[in-house]
Design a protein around this ligand. Structure first.
Ligand SMILES: [Zn+2]
Length: 170
C-alpha cells in the first residue's frame, strides 16, 4: 500500500470513531454533577439531566439540614448518585474507612429517604482500596473515568473539565 492510502484509511477510521463516540453520547443518559444547596444550579440543567450527583456534606453543611432543598430535588424524580462525601479535592485518593462513607450515606438517606446505590468520586479520583470498600461493603455501582466519557456531564457551577456548552455540543 502506498502512504497516501494508509493515511486515507487512518483518517477514515478516526472519523468513524469520532462519529460513534458522538452518537453514543447523544443517546446515553445525561449527568449533572455537584448538586448541593450551597452551589447555585440552573433549573434547566436539572430538568435536562437523567442523573443527579449530589454532594452529602459540602463546606461542612449537610444537605439533610435543608429539607426544603431535599424535597425540591426529589420532585424532579431523577436517578441519584452519591458524589463523594465532602467533595474535597481528590477526596477518594486517600483511604476512606467504612464510617467515613457511612456518614455520607446517612446524610443522603436523611435528605431523600432512601439509600444511594450509585457512587461517583470527586474529580473521578478513586484508589483501588476505596473502590473495594465502596463495592464490597456498600454494594455501590461505581461511575468511573471510563464510563464518564460516554455521557454528557454537566456541572452546576460549570466547573467541569469541559464547560457545559461543550458538553452540549459534543
Ligand atoms: Zn464534582
Amino acid at each position: 500500500m502506498k502512504w497516501k492510502q494508509i493515511i486515507k484509511i487512518f483518517i477514515l477510521v478516526l472519523i468513524i470513531l469520532f462519529l460513534s463516540f458522538f452518537i453514543i453520547r447523544l443517546f446515553s443518559s445525561r449527568h449533572l454533577d455537584d448538586l448541593h444547596p450551597s452551589i447555585p444550579c440552573d433549573e434547566e440543567l436539572i430538568k435536562k439531566s437523567d442523573y443527579l450527583a449530589v454532594i452529602p456534606k459540602y463546606d461542612n453543611e449537610s444537605i439533610s439540614n435543608n429539607k426544603e432543598w431535599c424535597n425540591y430535588i426529589k420532585e424532579f424524580n431523577k436517578s441519584m448518585i452519591m458524589h463523594g462525601v465532602y467533595h474535597d479535592y481528590n477526596e477518594f485518593d486517600t483511604l476512606r474507612n467504612f464510617n467515613y462513607i457511612q456518614e455520607g450515606r446517612n446524610i443522603f438517606f436523611d435528605c431523600f429517604g432512601f439509600n444511594p446505590t450509585e457512587f461517583k468520586s470527586p474529580q473521578l479520583a478513586l484508589s483501588q482500596d476505596n473502590k473495594k470498600i465502596l463495592k464490597e461493603e456498600f454494594n455501590f455501582k461505581i461511575h468511573t473515568k471510563f464510563t464518564q466519557i460516554f455521557h454528557k456531564v454537566y456541572h452546576c457551577n460549570d466547573s467541569g473539565l469541559f464547560p457545559n456548552w461543550v458538553e452540549d455540543l459534543l
